[in-house]
Design a protein around this ligand. Structure first.
Ligand code: F3S
Length: 785
């Protein structure tokens, strides 16, 4: 089947302009009225009414403030005046070419011309022109009407823009044959080029076609004229005012179908018819164009140019009609319709991505015009990968969107579309265009649990996360990740099948490593950190200092001797430690605990006050005394003289290592790390009876000693008296004076005598002497710090 399509089909410039002005008013939310139907097409009028553009036949129904659109046909001046008088806002959509005729006839009337209008008397355009032409104007529907004209001195002939060319010329010839030599006649062929071309194309196509389809309303004059022209050359001519009336099965495959359309036929209707036709097998479409005008003309921009032309008419009495047609408008609408069709009427198939225009958004579904015979619908689930978004928030009528055809026909004639797929494809393109995506980390959301893992959404792209890659630890129930944000690293991309395998585990491991590394960087030797004892070994305690375990060696656990770290630490104990050393390579940290504890000798002065009784264990015995451990790091010395209340020959007579003894503190010297103790003093202080007994014994000894002294003095006195009573020669010879060494020796022997007197008394050495002796003994002794 072959289709011959007229190039000039569908809305003409003036009609399109008027319809667009009306639609613009509707978009602005105004309720507007048109003075009569804006075009001769019922479906378009109905659609506009749904948008708030209503047609009125009389101004009586309008009120002040209402908006009235003058349609492309124009209107007589009375309408303008009435609107102004009643406060009705006017939007003048009169076609500029009709407006030009108004100017011509108005000026002609002002100059005293009789205005002759070739056209249908009841056509709205002619009614409008008649109004501008004044009282001396006549409408000529055919050459027959010329004979009815009164006598005229001068006249101007214009034509309805859609008048058939032959009718105009017939009237023109009739006027020429009637006019006498005194008539000054101006003939202005104001037939619109669009109409002229359209009719020429209709004639040519109808001559070549076996069947003609004239698309347009039965109420449209120019459509009916096309029907009339086509019928002259093709008996099989049909006026199609609705695609529903197009019966495909009546079209033989070898037919040559000619298609023309009136100036008020919407493009949509032509597209639909062509689509239906194009679906027939072996269909070809050929565009037929009317012959080009003999001379190119300038497109008028404003009507003033037209006025100027009227002001300086070249026509004279009985002048022949100017061969040159009236200036031609810029027919944006009469562009190559077939090429427009080619652009929009693409055969669609599943998976195809199209650009469409949103027609409406209803109940979460979006209806889209994709230039196909059927409108498309985007079901709710195909709007976006984000299931929370609403169609109403995403789209509004008139939006241009890209969609993918998921099903050409859903069974009800609708095309199923998906915007989500288009989004996803774009995302894939973006994703795959990135370099080294395997090294990147993507934000994602867990979507659903599937066999073997989890499906996550990466910005609209589904990624499979194997169960083993969800976390660093075993996850019993993967559903806890559904709806939760995740961070994924792409493990594998199948670009052909558009599949991604991703891992959160890798991200977590990397994050932990980075965190650990950052922590290691924070470890500064000498700084103090808090930690928790996690594990105790024989050689020390492991302390968690914020993700890193450091070791407190047993030697750094306390200042004193520590048999086992558990003597100092307990698992779970929170302690403060000092960083002694950091080995990043081996990931080892040495910690110190004792370093943050006060040194024991610094407290010894307070802890072991002079005169207080303390308890300790004998840890070592030496000839001059016994060392007693008061604590692990502090030993005191009991001088042998302070070991017992009795005189002893050696310390072991009274004490042995391991004995726990109570002692009195005699002296404390933290600087010298020395404490002098007395067990004897403690015994006496803690046993008053013993002290009393010893005191009594001593008192008795002192008394006896005093008696002996007295007796000795008496004896010596007697001896002196006896010697004085004897002559001097009887006196014994005096011993020579002793030397200093002899005196010293004598004093030492005297001291020894005093300590070991014959009565067995125990005379305590002076404390001062013991201290002097202890000081010399402590010299050179080292106590473990
Ligand atoms: Fe205007 Fe010509 Fe259309 S006069 S309304 S463009 S047919």
């Amino acid at each position: 089947m072959k289709i011959l399509l007229a190039k000039n089909s569908g809305f003409c410039f003036g009609v399109r302009r008027a319809v667009e002005m009306a639609e613009q008013c509707a978009k602005e939310g105004k309720t507007v009225y048109t003075y009569g139907n804006i075009i001769h097409n019922e479906s378009v009028v109905r659609e506009l009414a749904e948008k708030g553009v209503h047609s009125v036949e009389s101004l009586e129904t309008l009120q002040a403030g209402d908006t009235l659109i003058i349609r492309a046909h124009g209107a007589p001046p009375a309408v303008y005046e009435a609107c102004e008088a009643r406060g009705i806002c006017l939007i003048d959509a009169t076609c500029p070419y009709v407006k030009r005729i108004h100017k011509i006839v108005e000026r002609a009337a002002e100059e005293g011309n009789t205005v002759l209008i070739a056209g249908k008397a009841n056509h709205p355009e002619v009614v409008g022109i008649r109004g501008w032409a004044g009282d001396n104007a006549f409408v000529l529907e055919s050459e027959a009407d010329v004979s009815l004209l009164p006598a005229m001195q001068k006249a101007v002939l214009v034509a309805q823009t859609t008048l058939p060319e032959e009718t105009f010329h017939a009237i023109e010839r009739a006027i020429e044959s009637r006019a006498d030599s005194t008539l000054a006649m101006q003939i202005r062929n104001t037939i619109c080029d669009t109409t002229r071309d359209r009719q020429s194309e209709a004639e040519e196509i109808s001559r070549r076609s076996t069947r003609m389809l004239v698309l347009g309303s039965k109420s449209s004059a120019n459509t009916q004229k096309l029907v009339e022209i086509c019928k002259k050359h093709c008996k099989n001519t049909e006026n199609i005012d609705s695609t529903d009336k197009l019966l495909l099965d009546k079209l033989p495959s070898d037919d040559i179908i000619g298609i023309v359309a009136g100036a008020s036929t919407p493009d949509r209707m032509i597209r639909e018819v062509l689509q239906v036709m194009s679906e027939q097998e072996k269909t070809t479409i050929e565009t037929i164009e009317a012959e080009a005008p003999a001379e190119e003309v300038v497109v008028p921009q404003v009507t003033e140019e037209v006025v100027a032309a009227v002001e300086a008419p070249k026509a004279t009495v009985k002048a022949k009609p100017e061969p040159k047609p009236e200036p031609k408008p810029e027919h944006e609408d009469s562009s190559d319709f077939a090429s427009a069709f080619e652009k929009t009427m693409t055969r669609i198939h599943n998976g195809q991505v199209l650009e469409g225009t949103v027609i409406s958004v209803v109940d979460g579904e979006v209806f889209v015009n994709v230039g196909y015979k059927s409108d498309g619908v985007i079901p709710m689930g195909e709007l976006s990968s984000d299931s929370d978004v609403k169609a109403e928030d995403l789209f509004k009528e008139g939006d241009t969107i890209e969609v993918e055809v998921t099903k050409v026909n859903d069974g009800d004639g609708n095309v199923l579309l998906s915007r989500k797929n288009v989004e996803s494809k774009k995302l894939w393109d973006e994703l795959l265009s990135q370099e080294n995506i395997e090294e990147k980390i993507f934000d994602a959301v867990g979507k659903e649990v599937v066999k073997g893992g989890l499906i996550a959404d990466i910005s609209g792209i589904r990624a499979f996360v194997p169960a083993s890659q969800v976390s660093t630890k075993y996850i019993e129930n993967l559903s806890e990740f559904v709806g939760k944000p995740m961070k994924l690293k792409v493990l594998e991309v199948d670009r052909q099948r558009k599949r991604i395998v991703a891992s959160q585990k890798q991200v977590l491991i990397a994050e932990a490593a980075a965190e650990k590394h950052a922590k290691w960087d924070l470890l500064v030797v000498g700084s103090k950190v808090d930690g928790v004892v996690r594990r105790i070994a024989d050689f020390g305690a492991f302390v968690d200092i914020g993700g890193i375990d450091g070791l407190v060696h047993v030697t750094d656990a306390a200042w004193g001797r520590v048999k086992h770290p558990s003597d100092v630490f307990a698992i779970g104990q929170e302690i403060e430690v000092i960083i002694l050393n950091v080995d990043v390579e081996k990931e080892r940290v040495s910690l110190g605990y004792k370093q943050l504890q006060p040194k024991p000798w610094m407290l010894a002065g307070e802890k072991y006050a002079v005169g207080s009784i303390v308890e300790g264990k004998v840890v070592r015995i030496v000839p001059f005394g016994a060392f007693v451990a008061l604590e692990s790091t502090i030993d005191g010395l009991i001088h042998i003289s302070q070991v017992s209340v009795h005189r002893i020959a050696k310390v072991e007579d009274e004490l042995k290592v391991g004995d726990v003894v109570r002692c009195k503190v005699l002296e404390v010297s933290p600087e010298a790390k020395r404490i002098s103790l007395s067990r004897k003093e403690a015994l006496l202080e803690e046993d008053p009876a013993l002290a009393e007994q010893l005191a009594a014994e001593k008192a008795e000894r002192d008394r006896q000693y005093a008696e002996r002294q007295e007796q000795r003095q008496q004896q010596q006195s007697q001896q002196v008296q006896q010697s004085q009573s004897q002559p001097r020669t009887d006196r014994p010879e005096r011993a020579p004076r002793s030397t200093s060494s002899d005196r010293s020796s004598s004093r030492d022997s005297g001291d020894r005598r005093r300590r070991n007197n014959e009565d067995g008394d125990y005379e305590l050495p002076p404390v001062q002497e013991a201290k002097t002796s202890l000081a010399s003994l402590f010299e050179g002794l080292k106590v473990d710090e």
